[in-house]
Design a binder for this molecule. Sequence first.
Ligand code: PXL
Length: 288
Amino acid sequence: MNPDTTSSDKTSPPAIVLSIAGSDCSGGAGIQADLKTFAYFQTYGLTAVTSIVAEAPGKVVSIEAVSAESLQAQLQILNDSYQIQAIKTGMLANAELCKVVANFLEDLSTSDNVIPIVVDPVLISSSGKTLLDPDALALYRQRLLPLATLATPNLDEAATLLDLPPITSHEEMDQAVRKFTGKYQCMTLLKGGHLDGSDATDVLWDGNSIQDFSEPRIRNKTPHGTGCTYSAAIAALLAHDYTLPEAISEAKEYISIAIEQSSQLSDNGFKVDTLNHFPVGQNSDSAL
Ligand code: PXL
């Protein structure tokens, strides 16, 4: 990110980005990942917490959703107090909280000010734990995805939301990403990180054209929180007025080096890969 091209020089206030997501106490995913990513991209991060997840890499031991009233109060005071320039949603936990978020985003979309909304439809943790009650899927289908500027499903999430069998090739990704946009009326970035191949390739369909975003696959590192971090980076860059392809391209490069520079932190005697949200050496245009 080039400082000359962003609104966050030393004299102007930083762009403000809101994450509506769960808390990952281990700091790799969720609002913790989002806040670090927002800071990396020189934005000011706000959070509306949907649930408290007790976890460490590879294991989720408890999930406690907040009340609808609590989430509503967080969203209300943030929206009353700040000029929010982009929003991302992550883990929304259950149908009641999805309704609160959908109502909030609907109210925003009727105002004059168009705020980019990145919806990361978090369904399952990388360790396999359900992070969204199954009856809340209907809220994503009917209300949340149609409000998104960009949806960022991974292959499993896209297959679930499209009622398709597993997506197993780049050709199937090309078809699925078009179907997703057709069905939910939002631009779609389908993340292909779980396919094989020397590159990790994501596909953007904006309703008119298709574009691939590729970075070399990093095989020996498996940190959690990559999806959260990627969508947070896209939201931060949209708050800086990057175009969608520019934001995705830079966010993709960021997540790739954040994975590459994962550090091995100790989890009760085991070394686990932990995403580095402040990697060094992003291309020469980078501010950091
Ligand atoms: O990576 C998905 C995810 C999202 N949000 C929260 C999480 C996780 C994964 O564990 O804890 C809060």
